[in-house]
Each structure stands twice: as structure tokens, then as C-alpha cells.
Design a protein around this ligand. Structure first.
Ligand code: SF4
Length: 457
């Protein structure tokens, strides 16, 4: 998500911001602008570049804009964000990162009271709650609505006259504020600021509500912060290496995870290689600590999207074949230590191990820079169901056999906490590790939708 207020070409800045955030979702993209009197939006399927061209950006005139790249969920243009609603009391646009865990329940209640839904998203529930609130000021309407929703939400909303930013009480998804000239901007990741020449100011705190309008920035709380629980997978896999979250640089965190993994694995090999892109930093850290050369053993075809977030298993499997190639000269006749960030279903790891062996590797030792993923995520990351998670149903030795590796090592939960449990200043920063430990930072409802089945009942 990206948002900006007080810039004469807000739509173009948002386009560039979304470009830097493209790794967070490739299924669709949208931008809504305000010229102070009305909101106008354009959205479509595919990459930011597929959806927007010069002409479309020129048609989006205004000083304020918000944008979104779509990660997962049911298809349909109506589900692509920002969602935009018009009513006699004014318009509202919403971008949401995360997953509302009591959305089915709230939707049912709203429908019983006469609400008609236009999309299948949990985000629309929030729009209805905001619009139905009896309060006059937008910030009070939003506060009232947020008191009813539970789960993970980093939100950027916009009316004709202001941006409204909120972070859930556990701070599960990253969100920060920056400044470019006199304009304020908001982004899911700090890498968006570099591209537009903005300066990072600070992270949005859990339970915080921020209003930005022509009078400046107004900061307050809508909730006491709960147990601080930033998503660990943001550090391990999801975010870009040049982003910082809660004072921790992603590349540095991954490198440290790799170093810790090398200590725990204590394994012999001739070369260390990382699965591009998210495991390169960990592989470099592993190689440094193990004293084994780091080599580029796998090459990524840059023009294919990320396999992990393609919506179906069939597409995922096709994607792997198109995406990676082994560097035969590097791996032939060598004992290869292959560092990857996670094993979800095991299919990708199996294919890569086979690929390396077919290219002549004598042994392939798989080292994973996170613990076994045994539980589904209800907070917006598609890590599948219990049944599909290989580590939920198999021991480490069984997984090793399934993926065809000569050895398999996962980072321990303790090792992971040692590395990313504190910020660069040594301050404790709480993390969500529920997909590894089963300890969810919020309550979970029996009908809580998983992120990939965000089509609501
Ligand atoms: S359950 Fe896992 S993927 Fe989901 S928010 Fe927590 S750490 Fe992140």
C-alpha cells in the first residue's frame, strides 16, 4: 500500500510507490485520487505497469492519492483495492493490508441489518461499519468501526479532504510514514521512499490513528497497543532487502538468520547457494559463518512472477519450472548447501533439489532460515492450510526424504528470536511467530477466513 497527501502529482507518485512494492502482490493494482471535491479511481488485473499508462495517470488529477497492489484472494475486479464508495455524505477509499478475522461474523450481522455488499473482501466490512457509524467526524467514525474489527490491518483510507491511517493493536503488518518536500507519504515498506526521493520519518505504532490533511498531521490512538506482534515472515520472506521494519534492515536480518543457521546446521559442503531472491542474504550470512564460498548456483528469470503467491497449486508448479535455472559450472561435482527461507508445501524445494542434482551436484544439503511452518496464517499471508503445510504432517526426516535432499536443517525458534527479537538498538520488539509455534497473538474464530479464501461466506 502507498498513500500521499499534499503533492501536485499524487497519482504519479503513488504509481512509483506501488512499483517499489510490486513484490508484495502481482494479482492486481489500483490508485484512487482526490482533487478536494471528488474521488476518482482506476484499477485492473496484473502488474502496476499492466494497469497504468501515461494517459491513465494523466486522468488522475489531485493532491492526494492512495494505491494498492493485490496479493491474494478471489479474482474479480471489484475485489481489487483501493475499494471506493460514494454516498451523499461523501466518498471513502480504502486500502487494507492484512486480514480481519471476525469479518464473516460482522458481515452476517450487517446483512441482517440491510447492508448489501459489492465485493467479497473483508475490507468492505470496514467500509460499511465506518459509513453506518452515527459520528460526524471521519476520525470518530473510523475509531468506532475499528473498535469492532479484530485481526491484522494496516489501513490507508482517504476522503475528499484527508488521509486516515491506522495500524492494528498488535502491529502485525508493516506501515510507516515519510515526507517528500511538503507532502506526507505512507507505505507498507520503506523501500518505496527511496524511489520517490522521500525521507522515512517513523513507523506507524500499533493502535495508532493518524490523520493527514492540508492542516498537517494529527496523531492519536484508537486503542491501547496489544502485544506487539510484527509478522516474522516479513523479515524472512515477504519484504524487500532494502526495507527497514521496526528499526531492523531486512537484508541485515536475513544475513543474521543465515549466520545463526550455519551455527545450528554445522554442516560440511563445497559451495553455499541461496534460492533467489529472498534467500540470497541468508546464504551470504551462512557462507560467511561456515567459511564456505558463496556461489550463484541458481539464477532467476526476472520476468516471471513469484511462484509462492500464484493462486493455484497448478500455476505454482508451472511457475517454478519457468523461474529458476541451475548454474551447472558452479554446482557440478560439488556438495551444495542450498539455503532457502521456508518450506511451505515442499513442492518447490523438491524441484530445486532435483534441478541441482540433474546439474551435477554430488550432494544437496537444504538449510532453511526459519523454523518448520506448522500452522496456517490468519493475518494476510497465504501459507496455506494445515493439510497443505508439509511440516504440519511430517517430521523433518520425512520432509528430507520427500524433497530428496541429503540433509535438511531448519532454524530453531530460539535461534530466530535471538536474531530478530530485538531492534538495532537492542530494544525488545515483539514478533508474531504463530505459523511456527501455533501461538496466535489474537483470538481466532471458528470461521476466520484464510487469506487465500477471502471470498466471504
Ligand atoms: S502467522 Fe506467520 S505469516 Fe502470519 S502474521 Fe504471524 S508470522 Fe506472519
Amino acid at each position: 500500500m502507498f498513500g500521499i497527501w499534499g503533492h501536485p502529482d499524487a497519482a504519479r507518485m503513488t504509481y512509483y510507490g506501488l512499483h517499489s512494492l510490486q513484490h508484495r502482490g502481482q494479482e492486481g493494482a489500483g490508485i484512487v485520487v482526490t482533487d478536494g471535491e471528488r474521488l476518482k479511481g482506476i484499477k485492473g488485473d496484473g502488474l502496476v505497469n499492466d494497469v497504468f499508462d501515461e494517459k491513465k495517470l494523466d486522468s488522475l488529477k489531485g493532491n492526494g492519492a492512495i494505491g494498492h497492489v493485490r496479493y491474494t484472494g478471489k479474482s474479480g475486479i471489484e475485489n481489487i483495492q483501493p475499494l471506493l464508495f460514494h454516498s451523499s455524505s461523501g466518498s471513502l477509499a480504502l486500502s487494507h493490508s492484512g486480514n480481519l478475522i471476525n469479518a464473516n461474523d460482522l458481515k452476517h450481522q450487517l446483512e441482517m441489518q440491510g447492508s448489501i455488499f459489492q465485493t467479497n473482501t473483508d475490507t468492505e466490512v470496514l467500509a460499511h461499519l465506518i459509513k453506518r457509524s452515527g459520528y460526524l467526524a471521519t476520525k470518530d467514525k473510523v475509531k468506532n468501526a475499528l473498535s469492532m474489527v479484530k485481526g491484522a490491518y494496516a489501513l490507508i483510507m482517504m476522503t475528499e479532504n484527508e488521509l486516515i491511517i491506522a495500524q492494528d493493536p498488535n502491529g502485525l503488518r508493516p506501515l510507516s510514514i515519510g515526507k517528500v518536500g511538503d507532502a506526507y507519504c505512507v507505505a507498507s515498506e520503506t523501500c518505496a521512499y527511496d524511489l520517490i526521493g522521500a525521507e522515512y520519518i517513523r513507523d506507524v505504532e500499533p493502535g495508532e490513528l493518524i490523520i493527514i490533511n492540508d492542516d498537517g498531521i494529527h496523531e492519536e490512538r484508537f486503542s491501547l497497543s496489544g502485544s506487539n506482534a510484527m509478522c516474522t515472515m516479513e523479515y524472512v520472506y515477504f519484504s524487500r532487502p532494502d526495507s527497514d521494519i521496526r528499526g531492523i534492515n531486512i537484508h541485515t536480518a536475513r544475513k543474521k538468520l543465515g549466520k545463526q543457521l550455519a551455527i545450528e546446521a554445522n554442516i560440511e559442503g563445497d559451495v553455499v547457494t541461496g534460492v533467489p531472491d529472498s534467500s540470497i542474504s541468508s546464504a551470504i550470512g551462512f557462507a560467511e559463518t561456515a567459511g564456505i564460498p558463496y556461489e550463484l548456483g541458481l539464477i532467476k528469470n526476472r520476468y516471471v512472477g513469484r511462484t509462492f503467491i500464484k493462486p493455484t497449486q497448478e500455476l505454482r508448479e508451472q511457475g517454478v519450472k519457468m523461474k529458476l535455472s541451475p548454474v551447472r559450472r558452479v554446482v557440478e561435482g560439488k556438495r551444495v548447501i542450498m539455503v532457502d527461507d521456508s518450506i511451505v508445501r515442499g513442492t518447490t524445494s523438491r524441484r530445486i533439489v532435483r534441478m541441482l542434482k540433474e546439474a551435477g551436484a554430488t550432494e544437496v544439503h537444504v538449510c532453511i532460515s526459519s523454523p518448520p511452518m506448522t500452522n496456517p496464517c490468519f493475518y494476510g499471508i497465504d501459507v496455506s492450510t494445515h493439510e497443505e503445510l508439509i511440516a504440519s504432517n511430517h517430521s523433518v526426516e520425512e520432509i528430507r526424504e520427500i524433497i530428496g535432499a541429503d540433509s535438511l536443517t531448519f532454524l530453531s525458534v530460539e535461534g530466530m528470536m535471538k536474531v530478530i527479537g530485538k531492534d538495532d538498538l537492542g530494544k525488545n520488539c515483539g514478533q508474531c511467530m504463530a505459523c511456527f509455534t501455533g501461538e496466535y497473538p489474537t483470538e481466532i474464530f471458528p470461521d476466520t477466513p484464510l487469506p487465500y479464501e477471502k471470498e466471504m461466506k
